[in-house]
Ligand binder design. Sequence first.
Ligand code: APR
Length: 179
Amino acid sequence: MIVQFGSARIELVLGDITVQQVDAIANAANAQLAGGGGVDGAIHLAAGPKIMEELQRRYPDGCPTGSAVVTSGGNLPSRYVFHAVGPIWQGGGKKESGLLEAAYQACLSLAEKHTCRTLAFPSISTGVYRYPVDLAAEVALRTVAVKLETSDQLDLVRFVLFDQGTFGSYARVLETMLV
Ligand code: APR
């Protein structure tokens, strides 16, 4: 599914973010930048040890929730990885939506700073961090769409969704944004 926003596109695909041929991919990291399972584990496995070395050297204090840091792509096809830290879902009353929005915004700012034209996101916070997928999809898609309306830098933002249920949630939300 592809939708035009301003001069750029939002694309939804079912798949694995580690094989995407884009300038940068986002990772769903933790505040310690310590690696983990899920998409974080898959990215470190595919990228090789270089990006963990880079994280430890450049960001020894980690990265606060709602922010992101950049490394090279190691062995990945992409030039950069933006390690974003989404919130842990605690029922919705702990500023989770604002923190999730800020995590996406941090990646979009890094994409501009590093002159990326193409960027891929996983569904940040909806795995181990248990953010409800329908709610997370609204935040993710709205934040990206608002950015694309005013940014000339990005041509494509691709959401790479790992399972059919997550893909369906994002597709439903994106359809509601067309009218
Ligand atoms: N490509 C794309 N998406 C993937 C991949 C992959 N290779 N592997 C998993 N996913 C999906 C999950 O199915 C889920 O939909 O990424 C989404 C986010 O799930 P998590 O990876 O669990 O991320 P999150 O909920 O943000 O939790 C972050 O988990 O792995 C740890 O170190 C990480 O502590 C951090 C926490």
